[in-house]
Design a protein. Structure first.
Length: 307
């Protein structure tokens, strides 16, 4: 695919959106990749990282290996993700702490519209497709309701497995990698390792993430090649089921202690805005849901049809 500088700039903006989503617990960067039209290319590009890439590098040189990797695409995307995580993390964390209803409202509208967008790509409906969508929705909803394992585990194999599962969730639309870490009880050890610059723990989790990413991308590519409609239906169901996690109005059932020693909401239950204790900010929330909903169609016009 021939791309101009403007196309790579748009890719970086999409990467920034993915990075911003991954910063917010409960929102998956994979969802953003899907709704912005780059998901399948991302999976294919990740799938190109294999032993044949090193063979191409040895026999034909760096340029051929770079083209086989789709290096320009991945680089533009990673630059955007990096910029977003470094520049927006504090801002989004502040919004999540001080204006959670408004932030979740925007993401709710964004994800709600993505269900329509992805569902439209299913070109042939069948019983298997419908069942796939229902199963995806039920599984995702269940994941958003189960409690954490509670106790933290810092063993090497556990952290390696946690990294692999979290990165799989991160590229899977609808499920947040950070949320999976919380469920496994690995969120606190990973966060502490990052804050304390514990290179050994970071390396173990990172290796797990690399193994999980490369393995899962192969499975996803195979599924798209052989069962495209069913796969799209399952992913649509996953996003539908995840709406419970990002519903703006919550009742806190339990708290956890973060890395700063502060008590923050952990287990929450979705409730009606009219049952919300305090200012439900309903009008502003509805406006932001509409803005988030409209954002999907703006992203679509920014080049997703070029696939």
């Amino acid at each position: 695919m021939q791309r101009r500088f403007k196309d790579y700039l748009i890719l970086s903006f999409k990467g920034m959106a993915m990075g911003a989503a991954d910063v917010v617990p409960g929102v998956s960067g994979g969802t953003i990749a899907f709704i912005s039209g780059i998901y399948e290319e991302l999976i294919s590009s990740l799938n190109n990282i294999n032993f044949s890439l090193f063979k191409t590098l040895k026999q034909n040189g760096l340029k051929s290996a770079w083209n086989q990797l789709n290096g320009n695409f991945l680089s533009a995307l990673l630059i955007g993700i990096g910029i977003s995580v470094l520049s927006l993390a504090k801002g989004l964390s502040w919004l999540l702490e001080n204006h959670p209803i408004l932030l979740w409202s925007f993401f709710f509208g964004l994800v709600l519209a993505s269900i329509i967008f992805i569902g439209k790509q299913i070109n042939k409906w069948s019983l298997a497709v419908i069942l796939g969508g229902l199963i995806g929705a039920v599984v995702a909803y269940y994941i958003t309701t189960i409690p954490s394992l509670g106790t933290s585990n810092s063993s090497t194999w556990f952290l390696f497995l946690s990294g692999a599962l979290a990165i799989c969730a991160m590229i899977l639309p609808g499920i947040s990698g950070a949320f999976i870490l919380v469920l496994l009880g690995a969120y606190q050890p990973v966060l502490d390792a990052l804050n304390n610059k514990d290179l050994k723990t970071i390396l173990v989790v990172g290796l797990g993430a690399i193994v999980g990413l490369l393995s899962f991308s192969k499975l996803l590519k195979w599924l798209f090649n052989n069962y495209r409609n069913v796969t799209l239906a399952v992913l649509t169901g996953f996003i539908l089921g995840s709406l419970n996690k990002i519903w703006p109005w919550k009742k806190v059932l339990s708290f956890r202690t973060n890395s700063k020693g502060e008590e923050v909401p952990f287990l929450e239950q979705s409730i009606s805005p009219f049952s919300f204790e305090g200012d439900n900010q309903l009008i502003l929330a509805i406006i932001l849901i509409i803005i988030g909903f409209a954002t999907i169609f703006i992203l679509e016009k920014l080049g997703s049809k070029k696939q």
